[in-house]
Design a binder for this molecule. Structure first.
Ligand code: GLY
Length: 578
């Protein structure tokens, strides 16, 4: 890099980090207040923590690929945003391979232990155990996939040495980092949710007197540094078949709610390359991840129904949001009935996003009146299998990042340990997921099985919706979010804002949310979305105002190649690039 470029990059970094700090400290801000729009070329990264974004930026500035940067970003997120994602969890990835002009999707979702069956979440009385009783302890831990996904990605698209990409996280874990305001809030909140019941998590996140560690406390994690050093030297082998595997298996055998995951389960774990799910929308093609996540299909269904109306002409009005809400109800009804791990259950994957079917579903929407709740439809399908709906609601954890490199490769990755702090079980400096609670806890209803019931080796249904949008065959937009089962709405809101209403990524991710999961409508309090309440109630909607904690990150690729990014002002993320 020449001196001029270096100065510009440093100035840019300083401005963005200062902005992030101010945003993080201003807890009372309206969520809709946009941070500065960031523009750059030829590379950009947006992630949920400034240290993670900077780790990715440094790799990209050194000529690394998006795959290289993803390894550095994820390793750093694991350290500095440990409550949301890491090698103890799972992830879905969309990767645009510019030289082959191919969109790849990789499934690094956690898997149930082979010995699990549909009675997994039933208590001694035969009834499903309560949500928090299921979350806390080793029983909720699925076989993690994130590390193998990163290794697979790097093996295919990486250009820099694997060990070098883990170095920033190793150094930061050794030297320590300051607990961010958001992490401090999360630790304090999780004390109510039994985080301090587990000795390793207690020692790491709490002071000796039992109080939660405060923002600004320097946290060192030598155990995680050593874990990453081993992985830097030997790849994922020690994690899936060696000494880390042994520690994971031993850690899930907790006193409270012990798990049944075995060494064989870890050794058998595979990342799966799957077909992307793509939907035409206006002049665009919106591509997402297929099953076992419901994300790509449900976002696709919402857009497919909205494609029948001119959302651009309506603008972000109550009329437009009414149509959006009704489409979301219909899509979530199909999601509950049909969507699960299609390696285990027959699914009408193509039928669910069939244009004719979605036009029929859209015709059920009354422009002047809200439906109560939607019933699932009958998408075109050869199978006659019938399921009972799954009413499981995932709680928000998770993180999302987007990266464009200077070679034209780019990626959109959503990564999770499920709820904040996952199962609370920690080993070797990282938390283990509670992803098995994304399965239905009740295996059936009304004499029918639930598609998303637990089965040995199955992947739990997700809502994660990493998305890449194409126009004329070229990628033009990357987006995704955390937020449990609301993820689908957060991503669909942002897509409508950018594709129909012409908002730039920062305005779109900061826009107040309108969420419906086939029940009452949630409007984000303190934002322009809350102003819709009266008009929506007049149309018959049940409306609640509440905080809606998305973590959207987006990058748009403009016609001249300029990249513009957006980082969700509700979290601590930043956009960096050059
Ligand atoms: N655990 C969040 C999701 O997979 O959607």
């Amino acid at each position: 890099m020449d001196t001029m470029n270096r100065c510009v990059a440093l100035l840019f970094l300083a401005v963005v980090l200062l902005g992030a700090l101010l945003i993080a400290q201003d807890k009372d801000r309206r969520a809709a207040t946009p941070a500065a729009q960031v523009a750059a070329s030829p590379f950009m990264v947006a992630a949920a923590n400034p240290l993670a974004t900077e780790a990715g930026r440094a790799v990209l500035a050194d000529g690394g690929t998006a795959a290289d940067a993803a390894v550095a970003v994820q390793a750093m997120l694991n350290l500095v945003e440990p409550q949301s994602s890491g090698i103890g969890g799972g992830a879905f990835l969309l990767y645009w391979d510019a030289s082959e002009r191919r969109l790849i999707t990789l499934d690094g979702r956690e898997k149930a232990p082979m010995a699990a069956d549909e009675t997994y979440w039933l208590g001694p009385d035969g009834e499903p155990v309560s949500w928090w009783d299921a979350v806390v302890g080793g029983r909720s831990v699925g076989v993690p996939g994130t590390l193998k996904l990163l290794e697979t990605l790097h093996g295919r698209y990486g250009s820099q040495p694997w060990a070098d990409l883990l170095r920033p996280a190793i150094d930061t874990a050794d030297a320590g980092f300051e607990i961010s305001p958001r992490l401090a809030e999360s630790i304090a909140a999780a004390q109510e949710r039994q985080l301090d019941r587990f000795e390793t998590a207690r020692a790491y996140f709490f002071n000796p007197d039992g109080t939660p560690k405060a923002a600004g406390t320097v946290l060192k994690n030598p155990a995680f540094a050593n874990t990453l050093r081993l992985i830097a030297e030997q790849g994922s082998a020690p994690f899936y078949e060696g000494e880390i595997a042994a520690d994971i298996v031993s850690a899930v055998r907790t006193d409270i709610n012990p798990g049944i995951l075995t060494l064989e389960d870890l050794a058998a774990y595979e990342v799966v390359e799957r077909e992307p799910v793509c939907m035409p929308y206006r002049a665009f093609e919106v591509c997402g991840m297929g099953p076992p996540t419901s994300g790509g299909l449900t976002v696709g269904q919402i857009l497919g129904m909205l494609a029948t109306v001119d959302m651009s002409a309506l603008g972000p009005s109550a009329e437009a949001w009414h149509l959006y809400i009704e489409a979301a109800k219909l899509a979530y009804a199909d999601r509950a009935l049909y969507m699960a791990d299609s390696d285990y259950v027959a699914m009408p994957t193509k039928g669910l996003i069939d244009a004719g079917y979605l036009a029929e579903r859209a015709a059920l929407i009354d422009p002047d009146a809200a439906m109560d709740t939607a019933e699932a439809g009958s998408p075109p399908w050869d199978e006659a299998a019938l399921w009972a709906p799954d009413t499981q609601v995932e709680r928000p954890g998770t993180s999302h990042f987007v990266i464009v490199d200077s070679h034209g490769d780019m990626l959109s990755m959503t990564t999770t340990i499920e709820t904040g702090f996952g199962s609370r079980v920690m080993t070797r400096g990282f938390l283990l997921n509670n992803e098995l609670t994304d399965f239905a806890r009740a295996p059936g209803a009304d004499g029918q099985p639930v598609a998303n019931r637990v089965e040995g080796g199955k992947r739990p249904r997700s809502s994660m919706s990493p998305t890449i949008v194409f126009k004329d065959g070229e990628p033009v937009l990357l987006v995704g979010s955390p937020g449990g089962s609301r993820i689908i709405n957060y991503v669909a809101n942002a897509l409508v804002a950018m594709l129909d209403w012409g908002m730039d990524p920062q305005a779109a991710v900061a826009m107040g949310h309108v969420v419906n999961r086939n029940g009452a409508t949630d409007l984000e309090e303190g934002t322009e979305a809350a102003d819709l309440a009266e008009a929506l109630r007049a149309l018959g909607h049940e409306v609640n105002l509440r905080p809606l904690e998305s973590g959207l990150h987006a990058i748009q690729i403009l016609d001249d190649g300029t990249l513009t990014g957006g980082a969700d002002p509700r979290r601590e993320g930043v956009v960096l690039g050059r």
